[in-house]
Design a protein around this ligand. Sequence first.
Ligand SMILES: Cc1cc2nc3c(=O)[nH]c(=O)nc-3n(C[C@H](O)[C@H](O)[C@H](O)COP(=O)(O)OP(=O)(O)OC[C@H]3O[C@@H](n4cnc5c(N)ncnc54)[C@H](O)[C@@H]3O)c2cc1C
Length: 546
Amino acid sequence: MTGGLHLPPKESEGVVVVGAGLAGLFTALKLAPLPVTVISAARFGEGASSLWAQGGIAAALSEGDTPEAHAADTVRAGAGIVEEKIALLMAREARERIEDLLSYGVAFDKDLEGRLAFGREAAHGRNRILHVKGDMAGRAIMHALTAATRQTPSITVLEGLFARDLVLHDGSICGVELVPADTSRARGFILPTNAVVLATGGAGQIYGVTTNPREARGEGVAIAARAGAVIADAEFVQFHPTAIDIGRDPAPLATEALRGEGALLINARGERFMRAVHDDAELGPRDVVARAVYDEVMSGRGAFLDCRPLGTRLPEHFPTVAAACRAAGLDPVREPIPVAPAAHYHMGGILTDAAGRSTVDGLWACGEVASTGAHGANRLASNSLLEAVVFGARVAGDIASSWRPAILKAAKRAARPAPLGVKGGGSERAERTLRLTMAQEVGVIRDGASLQNALATLAALEGKNAGDRRLANMLVTAKLIVAAALQRQESRGAHFRRDYPLPDERFAKRSFLTLDQAEAIAREAREAVAPARRLRAALGRAALPA
Ligand SMILES: Cc1cc2nc3c(=O)[nH]c(=O)nc-3n(C[C@H](O)[C@H](O)[C@H](O)COP(=O)(O)OP(=O)(O)OC[C@H]3O[C@@H](n4cnc5c(N)ncnc54)[C@H](O)[C@@H]3O)c2cc1C
């Protein structure tokens, strides 16, 4: 463990895992005894979505349940574009991975007879969600894995460093460029390696309202895309319908399980608006509920989660939610909680195969930053923690079977550590504009015009902030999301277009984009709207009084 270190190590420590959330740590542990360096943007054990997972982890292990049934629910939730083989292998490998987590000391909740207790969540046909102390699963799993990591001599953790770029030699990975997270004028360095695993989590922070931690800036997708990797399903961003709307960034989450336990969605007039929208009312699919909440908020009627039916069960079973409300001066046992949709999970990401390999030689990805095809257009609740451990183990297995120290020596020669200036600070305004634009134009509901507006704003931000490469990474990921959303002229799962409100069979497939292709789409879109903009501007000038 190397706390607060900002100096380049003399040489690579072997495989470099970027990200210290569930996917990164699980991969590193599974790689032992191979030498691994884990890069943690925040202090070790902080700054990861994994810590905040309240619902739990899905695994078809209860009596009468089967991996096939779990896979079928996953495929259904994914709205027609899930890779069925991937969903099935993920469901099948859940047993072994849960056994791993138990062996690391995760104390999943048990029933009175001491057997694992399985909860239910929306769109799961069976009770198959493992919890820890109600809503503490993420924290408990991460505590167990950080402790295990600390006890594993083959793992070195470098804290407070952001990966900003990949270094390539003849099309293969030979290093990763790192910069300190906490200073604006610090120097970066290159860590040589021939095997990089990107496990940088989600991209929620490119949106104005998100449940994701500050570190979830979508940089992994951008870094990989700039190295030439194919990005899949970028347009599919899941919005959680019930982020607690108390002006906090990130927004605390009121987990879906509350609605499972009887909490109701009402507007300021006290009306239950979900009954008119979906047969399952509050327990309808996440994207449907998110759009209905969005409509109520945008219409000015407001949206609230009424947890009063739960009474004192709320603080007992959902201590995290109760604490977030109390901190904002709300008493959820007595008053409805204001809620709004928030960017929550990115189904899209770096295209990977069943072994977690990207399309770039020497680059693997797992966890939320990857797109394995398991989630399609909509992630089934509690499948992401499962995906992180299943593919973390697969990535480790694949690297362990092919990693050679001799190749590493060549990589070290190709990429000697080099100090790099970092331009930073001053970009806060640009970042705010980006986040606002993504929320307004590329959010729960999009259309062709809003997506074109977004592309124009992204281009302007790129032009004005060319020196800030961390912001540039956020802009690249945003561009990939917008370009893919513009291409998908239909509505499917979490991607809803006002101008194409129905699914279209012609688009019933995954999307794949390189950065060059996204740039071309963005250019074309800007050129298409430029004459109309010039005309509007000219008409505006003509209408002005002389
Ligand atoms: C509030 C909340 C509740 C959730 N509840 C559930 C749930 O109940 N069940 C479920 O299955 N899923 C849930 N999810 C989703 C799930 O938590 C995530 O998808 C999953 O934890 C992702 O794991 P990960 O390891 O890929 O990413 P993370 O856990 O986010 O870890 C990413 C790591 O990468 C680091 N990082 C980021 N960028 C860089 C960079 N450029 N350089 C270096 N390091 C970097 C981060 O600091 C972090 O250490 C929830 C998500 C949120 C936000």
